[in-house]
Ligand binder design. Structure first.
Ligand code: ATP
Ligand code: MG
Length: 271
Protein backbone atom coordinates (compact mmCIF):
# COMPACT_ATOMS: atom_id res chain seq x y z
CA UNK A 1 0.00 0.00 0.00
CA UNK A 2 0.96 3.65 -0.22
CA UNK A 3 2.42 5.64 2.66
CA UNK A 4 -0.81 7.65 3.06
CA UNK A 5 -4.18 6.87 1.52
CA UNK A 6 -7.15 9.16 2.05
CA UNK A 7 -10.40 7.83 0.63
CA UNK A 8 -13.74 9.65 0.48
CA UNK A 9 -12.87 11.93 3.39
CA UNK A 10 -15.73 14.09 4.54
CA UNK A 11 -15.54 16.60 7.38
CA UNK A 12 -18.51 18.34 8.97
CA UNK A 13 -17.91 21.13 11.45
CA UNK A 14 -20.59 22.16 13.89
CA UNK A 15 -19.99 25.79 12.93
CA UNK A 16 -19.36 25.42 9.22
CA UNK A 17 -21.43 22.56 7.79
CA UNK A 18 -19.69 20.11 5.49
CA UNK A 19 -16.32 21.49 4.41
CA UNK A 20 -14.77 18.39 2.80
CA UNK A 21 -17.07 16.46 0.49
CA UNK A 22 -15.13 13.27 -0.28
CA UNK A 23 -11.40 13.87 -0.64
CA UNK A 24 -9.32 11.15 -2.31
CA UNK A 25 -5.55 11.50 -2.05
CA UNK A 26 -2.66 9.02 -2.18
CA UNK A 27 0.89 9.94 -1.16
CA UNK A 28 3.71 7.56 -2.02
CA UNK A 29 6.96 7.00 -0.11
CA UNK A 30 9.88 8.97 -1.52
CA UNK A 31 7.59 11.36 -3.36
CA UNK A 32 6.46 14.93 -2.95
CA UNK A 33 2.75 15.22 -3.58
CA UNK A 34 1.85 18.84 -4.16
CA UNK A 35 -1.61 19.96 -3.08
CA UNK A 36 -2.83 23.19 -4.63
CA UNK A 37 -6.16 24.98 -4.73
CA UNK A 38 -7.74 28.28 -3.89
CA UNK A 39 -8.01 29.64 -0.37
CA UNK A 40 -10.73 27.84 1.58
CA UNK A 41 -10.75 24.79 -0.70
CA UNK A 42 -9.89 22.48 2.22
CA UNK A 43 -6.13 21.84 1.91
CA UNK A 44 -5.31 22.54 5.56
CA UNK A 45 -8.38 20.64 6.81
CA UNK A 46 -7.29 17.60 4.81
CA UNK A 47 -3.85 17.74 6.45
CA UNK A 48 -5.29 18.26 9.92
CA UNK A 49 -7.66 15.32 9.44
CA UNK A 50 -4.68 13.06 8.65
CA UNK A 51 -3.08 14.12 11.93
CA UNK A 52 -6.27 13.81 13.95
CA UNK A 53 -6.14 17.54 14.69
CA UNK A 54 -9.52 18.70 13.38
CA UNK A 55 -11.43 21.34 15.36
CA UNK A 56 -13.44 20.08 18.31
CA UNK A 57 -16.81 18.59 17.38
CA UNK A 58 -15.79 17.75 13.78
CA UNK A 59 -17.56 14.71 12.31
CA UNK A 60 -15.73 12.68 9.72
CA UNK A 61 -16.47 10.07 7.08
CA UNK A 62 -14.30 8.02 4.74
CA UNK A 63 -10.95 6.47 5.57
CA UNK A 64 -7.37 7.56 6.25
CA UNK A 65 -4.84 4.74 6.15
CA UNK A 66 -1.11 4.91 6.86
CA UNK A 67 1.22 2.16 5.74
CA UNK A 68 2.76 2.37 9.18
CA UNK A 69 -0.45 2.16 11.23
CA UNK A 70 -2.76 -0.80 11.71
CA UNK A 71 -6.14 0.89 11.32
CA UNK A 72 -8.18 3.71 9.85
CA UNK A 73 -6.93 6.88 11.57
CA UNK A 74 -10.47 8.24 11.70
CA UNK A 75 -11.47 5.33 13.93
CA UNK A 76 -8.66 5.71 16.46
CA UNK A 77 -9.07 7.12 19.95
CA UNK A 78 -7.36 10.44 20.82
CA UNK A 79 -4.81 8.47 22.84
CA UNK A 80 -3.99 6.12 19.96
CA UNK A 81 -3.69 9.09 17.58
CA UNK A 82 -1.43 10.85 20.01
CA UNK A 83 0.99 7.97 19.98
CA UNK A 84 1.06 7.88 16.16
CA UNK A 85 1.50 11.61 15.71
CA UNK A 86 5.16 12.45 15.29
CA UNK A 87 6.10 8.79 14.91
CA UNK A 88 4.11 7.68 11.87
CA UNK A 89 2.97 11.05 10.53
CA UNK A 90 4.16 14.55 11.31
CA UNK A 91 3.53 18.11 10.20
CA UNK A 92 5.26 21.42 9.60
CA UNK A 93 3.23 24.59 9.42
CA UNK A 94 3.57 27.90 7.65
CA UNK A 95 4.88 29.62 10.75
CA UNK A 96 7.80 27.79 12.41
CA UNK A 97 6.97 29.37 15.76
CA UNK A 98 3.85 27.15 15.80
CA UNK A 99 6.16 24.17 16.35
CA UNK A 100 8.92 25.83 18.39
CA UNK A 101 8.69 27.07 21.97
CA UNK A 102 10.24 30.56 22.21
CA UNK A 103 11.55 30.12 25.77
CA UNK A 104 13.28 26.75 25.39
CA UNK A 105 16.64 26.10 23.79
CA UNK A 106 16.72 24.15 20.54
CA UNK A 107 18.55 21.32 22.28
CA UNK A 108 15.97 21.13 25.04
CA UNK A 109 13.08 21.04 22.53
CA UNK A 110 14.64 18.31 20.46
CA UNK A 111 15.89 16.17 23.33
CA UNK A 112 12.66 16.51 25.39
CA UNK A 113 10.76 15.30 22.36
CA UNK A 114 13.11 12.36 21.79
CA UNK A 115 13.24 11.38 25.45
CA UNK A 116 9.47 11.56 25.82
CA UNK A 117 8.45 9.81 22.60
CA UNK A 118 11.32 7.40 22.04
CA UNK A 119 12.41 7.05 25.67
CA UNK A 120 16.02 7.81 24.75
CA UNK A 121 18.49 8.56 27.54
CA UNK A 122 19.98 12.06 27.73
CA UNK A 123 23.21 11.23 25.91
CA UNK A 124 21.58 9.30 23.06
CA UNK A 125 18.92 12.01 22.66
CA UNK A 126 21.63 14.67 22.40
CA UNK A 127 23.51 12.69 19.75
CA UNK A 128 20.30 12.22 17.78
CA UNK A 129 19.53 15.95 18.10
CA UNK A 130 22.93 16.80 16.59
CA UNK A 131 22.30 14.28 13.82
CA UNK A 132 18.90 15.86 13.06
CA UNK A 133 20.29 19.40 12.95
CA UNK A 134 23.03 18.19 10.63
CA UNK A 135 20.44 16.55 8.42
CA UNK A 136 18.57 19.86 8.00
CA UNK A 137 21.87 21.70 7.42
CA UNK A 138 22.02 23.88 10.54
CA UNK A 139 25.60 25.13 10.68
CA UNK A 140 27.51 24.20 13.83
CA UNK A 141 24.79 21.94 15.28
CA UNK A 142 26.51 21.39 18.64
CA UNK A 143 26.46 25.11 19.36
CA UNK A 144 22.92 25.46 17.95
CA UNK A 145 21.61 23.16 20.68
CA UNK A 146 22.27 25.85 23.29
CA UNK A 147 20.57 28.64 21.35
CA UNK A 148 16.95 29.84 21.31
CA UNK A 149 14.54 30.14 18.34
CA UNK A 150 14.80 33.96 18.15
CA UNK A 151 18.54 33.64 17.59
CA UNK A 152 17.93 32.02 14.21
CA UNK A 153 16.67 33.50 10.95
CA UNK A 154 13.21 32.52 9.67
CA UNK A 155 14.65 30.02 7.21
CA UNK A 156 16.82 28.40 9.89
CA UNK A 157 13.84 28.29 12.27
CA UNK A 158 11.81 26.45 9.65
CA UNK A 159 14.70 23.99 9.18
CA UNK A 160 14.70 23.41 12.94
CA UNK A 161 10.90 22.92 12.92
CA UNK A 162 11.45 20.31 10.20
CA UNK A 163 14.08 18.62 12.39
CA UNK A 164 11.57 18.50 15.27
CA UNK A 165 8.92 17.06 12.93
CA UNK A 166 11.35 14.36 11.77
CA UNK A 167 12.76 13.55 15.20
CA UNK A 168 10.78 10.34 15.68
CA UNK A 169 11.36 9.18 12.13
CA UNK A 170 7.85 9.49 10.67
CA UNK A 171 7.15 8.03 7.23
CA UNK A 172 4.76 10.80 6.22
CA UNK A 173 5.30 14.55 6.52
CA UNK A 174 2.56 17.08 5.88
CA UNK A 175 4.06 20.47 5.07
CA UNK A 176 1.37 23.16 4.97
CA UNK A 177 2.71 26.19 3.09
CA UNK A 178 6.10 25.69 4.77
CA UNK A 179 7.81 28.56 2.97
CA UNK A 180 5.02 31.11 2.57
CA UNK A 181 6.16 33.14 5.58
CA UNK A 182 9.82 33.14 4.49
CA UNK A 183 11.85 35.61 2.55
CA UNK A 184 11.88 34.63 -1.09
CA UNK A 185 15.67 34.19 -1.04
CA UNK A 186 15.50 31.46 1.60
CA UNK A 187 12.38 29.69 0.34
CA UNK A 188 14.26 27.74 -2.29
CA UNK A 189 16.73 26.35 0.25
CA UNK A 190 13.98 25.03 2.52
CA UNK A 191 12.16 23.49 -0.44
CA UNK A 192 15.35 21.81 -1.68
CA UNK A 193 15.80 20.47 1.83
CA UNK A 194 12.34 18.85 1.67
CA UNK A 195 13.24 17.31 -1.68
CA UNK A 196 16.49 15.93 -0.29
CA UNK A 197 14.85 14.50 2.84
CA UNK A 198 12.21 12.90 0.70
CA UNK A 199 14.85 11.28 -1.52
CA UNK A 200 17.24 10.26 1.28
CA UNK A 201 14.74 9.08 3.89
CA UNK A 202 12.06 7.78 1.53
CA UNK A 203 9.70 10.21 3.24
CA UNK A 204 6.23 10.69 1.77
CA UNK A 205 5.61 14.44 1.68
CA UNK A 206 2.26 16.13 1.19
CA UNK A 207 3.26 19.68 0.29
CA UNK A 208 0.39 22.13 0.54
CA UNK A 209 1.08 25.21 -1.52
CA UNK A 210 -0.91 27.66 -3.56
CA UNK A 211 2.26 28.32 -5.53
CA UNK A 212 2.24 26.40 -8.79
CA UNK A 213 5.79 27.61 -9.42
CA UNK A 214 6.87 25.61 -6.36
CA UNK A 215 4.87 22.64 -7.64
CA UNK A 216 6.54 22.66 -11.01
CA UNK A 217 9.99 22.78 -9.45
CA UNK A 218 9.46 20.19 -6.78
CA UNK A 219 6.43 17.91 -6.86
CA UNK A 220 6.29 14.42 -8.36
CA UNK A 221 2.51 14.30 -8.24
CA UNK A 222 0.08 17.18 -8.14
CA UNK A 223 -3.49 17.35 -6.88
CA UNK A 224 -5.76 20.32 -7.14
CA UNK A 225 -8.58 20.97 -4.68
CA UNK A 226 -11.65 23.03 -5.13
CA UNK A 227 -14.65 23.44 -2.83
CA UNK A 228 -13.69 20.54 -0.56
CA UNK A 229 -12.85 18.02 -3.27
CA UNK A 230 -9.80 16.95 -5.27
CA UNK A 231 -10.75 17.89 -8.81
CA UNK A 232 -7.59 16.74 -10.56
CA UNK A 233 -4.63 14.53 -9.70
CA UNK A 234 -1.75 13.10 -11.68
CA UNK A 235 1.98 13.19 -12.43
CA UNK A 236 3.29 16.77 -12.22
CA UNK A 237 4.40 16.93 -15.84
CA UNK A 238 0.96 15.87 -17.05
CA UNK A 239 -1.11 18.03 -14.71
CA UNK A 240 0.99 21.14 -15.27
CA UNK A 241 1.37 20.81 -19.01
CA UNK A 242 -1.91 19.20 -20.03
CA UNK A 243 -4.43 19.89 -17.26
CA UNK A 244 -7.74 18.14 -17.68
CA UNK A 245 -9.81 20.21 -15.32
CA UNK A 246 -10.92 23.66 -16.25
CA UNK A 247 -10.08 24.95 -12.77
CA UNK A 248 -6.47 23.67 -12.99
CA UNK A 249 -6.13 25.48 -16.32
CA UNK A 250 -7.41 28.67 -14.71
CA UNK A 251 -4.85 28.32 -11.89
CA UNK A 252 -2.05 27.80 -14.40
CA UNK A 253 -3.10 30.72 -16.53
CA UNK A 254 -2.89 32.89 -13.43
CA UNK A 255 0.86 32.23 -13.16
CA UNK A 256 2.74 35.33 -14.32
CA UNK A 257 5.28 33.51 -16.48
CA UNK A 258 3.20 30.52 -17.47
CA UNK A 259 3.70 29.07 -20.92
CA UNK A 260 0.88 26.57 -21.29
CA UNK A 261 2.75 23.84 -23.16
CA UNK A 262 6.33 24.68 -22.17
CA UNK A 263 8.79 22.22 -20.63
CA UNK A 264 8.95 21.87 -16.86
CA UNK A 265 12.24 21.76 -14.95
CA UNK A 266 13.41 18.56 -13.35
CA UNK A 267 12.27 18.36 -9.73
CA UNK A 268 15.55 16.80 -8.65
CA UNK A 269 18.10 19.15 -7.24
CA UNK A 270 20.38 19.04 -4.28
CA UNK A 271 20.90 21.33 -1.34
N1 ATP B 1 -12.38 26.29 12.73
C1 ATP B 1 -13.20 26.35 11.68
N2 ATP B 1 -14.54 26.40 11.84
C2 ATP B 1 -15.39 26.46 10.78
N3 ATP B 1 -14.98 26.46 9.50
C3 ATP B 1 -13.66 26.44 9.28
C4 ATP B 1 -12.69 26.38 10.34
N4 ATP B 1 -11.45 26.36 9.80
C5 ATP B 1 -11.64 26.40 8.46
N5 ATP B 1 -12.95 26.44 8.15
C6 ATP B 1 -13.54 26.44 6.79
O1 ATP B 1 -13.16 25.22 6.16
C7 ATP B 1 -12.94 25.41 4.78
C8 ATP B 1 -11.58 24.84 4.39
O2 ATP B 1 -10.56 25.61 5.02
P1 ATP B 1 -9.02 25.28 4.90
O3 ATP B 1 -8.35 26.05 5.97
O4 ATP B 1 -8.83 23.82 4.86
O5 ATP B 1 -8.69 25.90 3.46
P2 ATP B 1 -7.27 26.00 2.72
O6 ATP B 1 -7.45 25.34 1.39
O7 ATP B 1 -6.19 25.50 3.61
O8 ATP B 1 -7.15 27.57 2.50
P3 ATP B 1 -5.84 28.53 2.54
O9 ATP B 1 -5.21 28.38 1.19
O10 ATP B 1 -6.41 29.90 2.76
O11 ATP B 1 -4.96 28.09 3.67
C9 ATP B 1 -13.09 26.90 4.53
O12 ATP B 1 -14.37 27.13 4.01
C10 ATP B 1 -12.95 27.50 5.91
O13 ATP B 1 -13.71 28.68 5.99
MG1 MG C 1 -4.56 26.38 4.55
Amino acid sequence: MSALEITGLTVDLPSGGQILHGVDLVVEAGQIHGLAGESGSGKTMTGLAALGLLPRGARTGGRIMLEDAPADLLALSPKELNSLRGKAISMVFQDPSTSLHPMLSIGRQLTDHLRHHLRLDRKTARARAVELLTQVRIPNPEAALGRYPHQFSGGMRQRIAIAVALACDPKVLIADEPTTALDVTVQAGVLRLLRRLCDELGLAVLLVTHDLGVMSALADTVSVMRHGRVVETGPRTRVLTAPEHEYTRALLDALPDHTPTGPVDSPRSTS
